[in-house]
Design a protein around this ligand. Structure first.
Ligand SMILES: [Zn+2]
Length: 95
C-alpha cells in the first residue's frame, strides 16, 4: 500500500509510515477485529462454554499477537468457560 500522507510505498501491515511517521489506520482495524473475537468468546462462555473457550483462546492469541486490545476480555472468557466446564464435570461425576 501507499502512505496517505507522503505517497511512498510502505509495507501492507505497517502501522506507521517509515518515511514520514504518519499513522496508516492499520492498528485500529486490527483492534476492532480482536475485540469482536474476544467479545464473542466472552458472550458464548456464559451459554456454550466450549465454544466460548475456543473463541476466547483465539481472541487471546490474536490480542497477544497484535498488542493488547481485547486481552482482558478474552482472559475473562477463558476463566468463565473453564469454570463452567469445571461445574459440568463435577455435576457429571457427582450425579
Ligand atoms: Zn508517509
Amino acid at each position: 500500500m501507499y502512505c496517505k500522507n507522503c505517497g511512498k510505498e510502505i509495507d501492507d501491515k505497517a502501522e506507521i509510515c517509515i518515511y514520514c511517521g504518519c499513522g496508516t489506520g492499520q492498528k485500529q482495524a486490527a483492534k476492532d477485529e480482536t475485540n469482536v473475537l474476544a467479545i464473542v468468546g466472552f458472550i458464548f462462555s456464559f451459554f456454550f462454554a466450549v465454544v466460548g473457550l475456543i473463541c476466547s483462546i483465539l481472541g487471546y492469541r490474536k490480542a497477544a499477537e497484535l498488542g493488547g486490545s481485547g486481552r482482558n476480555l478474552s482472559i475473562a472468557g477463558i476463566i468463565i468457560s473453564a469454570v463452567w466446564i469445571g461445574i459440568v464435570m463435577i455435576a457429571l461425576i457427582t450425579v
